[in-house]
Design a protein around this ligand. Structure first.
Ligand SMILES: [Zn+2]
Length: 308
């Protein structure tokens, strides 16, 4: 039952995550795009994963059945394309974005990628099909993002959810909605407790669901009295969280007029978005709720994620 609930929630979370980039700006969009469609079944350093498999999860798992294309999250050069007993058929890609080196990993591919080491790839280029090769319990993509190069201790790994869809190293072209996706989150919370201690997390039924350490930052997907939804069906008590909303700003030049609505369905036109930063209050069905109780299409805005 717990697993079913989790899948239902991640389905909601992942709705609309796939980032379509226009053909003409594939090469220039300095953004990490979602590498595949699917639902997130395990998060970065997911406590559930640790308790289930006894090892830290340094990436995210994105699952979908059927034939699912995996694509390069950003433009770069292939650094590995091989079979590993743990990763299965795997491709590594090195990126240089705004002077910073990153490396992405695409694991458990159905079969060997046709890409070779040294190949240049463009953002969105096909890598292979989602599979279940190597140490895998079902069809999914295991995706890692490293700030710096991959190493065997994975010390450069970062939470891909903090980067996917985020604009790095510049402002996206005005009016380019492809740079403004949402994975369903609209804020961050940082766990604020005692250094070295964990805060209890709870599942949808209010049962204990593992611990989160002081300083860990989660994406926020929803709220209920006393708790933030931090993804994968887990809830963090508000009393141990420092909350920072995403900032939302018109993606179009001043004067272009982005519509705001009374509901997240494009109904009941309420006027135009002012040309300033708003706090995101919620995300639903492709719309952000703003601090004055109106809704704007996520495709019409630039989202700036807060830093701690
Ligand atoms: Zn994984």
């Amino acid at each position: 039952m717990k697993k079913v609930m989790k899948y239902l929630l991640v389905l909601v979370m992942a709705f609309g995550v796939f980032n379509f980039v226009g053909e003409n700006n594939k090469a220039s969009a300095a953004t990490f795009n979602w590498p595949s469609e699917g639902t997130i079944t395990a998060g970065y350093k997911d406590p559930d994963y640790l308790s289930q498999f006894g090892r830290v999860h340094y990436g995210i798992d994105i699952a979908k059945s059927g034939t699912v294309n995996i694509s390069a999250s950003a433009a770069g050069v292939v650094t590995r394309s091989y079979y590993s007993s743990s990763y299965g058929h795997t491709v590594f890609i090195k990126h240089n974005i705004g002077g910073q080196t990153y490396e992405t990993v695409y694991a458990h591919l159905r079969s060997a990628s046709s890409l070779d080491v040294g190949d240049s790839v463009s953002q969105g280029q096909f890598i292979g099909y989602m599979g279940s090769t190597g140490l895998s319990t079902g069809q999914h993509l295991h995706f890692e993002l490293h700030k710096g190069l991959w190493n065997s201790s994975k010390s450069n790994s970062v939470d891909p959810l903090d980067y996917l869809g985020e604009t790095l190293g510049g402002t996206p072209p005005a009016g380019d909605p492809a740079n403004n996706p949402s994975n369903g989150s609209y804020a961050y919370v940082k766990v604020d407790y005692v250094e070295g201690y964990g805060v209890n997390l709870y599942n949808n039924d209010g049962e204990y669901a593992g611990k989160a350490n002081h300083g860990v930052v989660f994406s926020v997907y929803g709220e209920k009295p006393g708790y933030y939804s931090v993804g994968a069906g887990k809830w963090l008590p508000k009393e141990y969280a420092i909350y920072k909303p995403f900032k939302v700003h018109s993606a179009y030049p001043e004067g272009w007029g982005v519509n705001v609505y009374k509901a997240p369905d494009g109904a009941h036109y309420m006027g135009k978005l002012e040309y300033r930063d708003y706090d995101a209050k919620e995300y639903r069905d492709g719309y952000f709720k703003l601090d004055d109780d109106t809704w704007v299409r996520s495709k019409s805005v630039i989202v700036t994620k807060p830093k701690y």
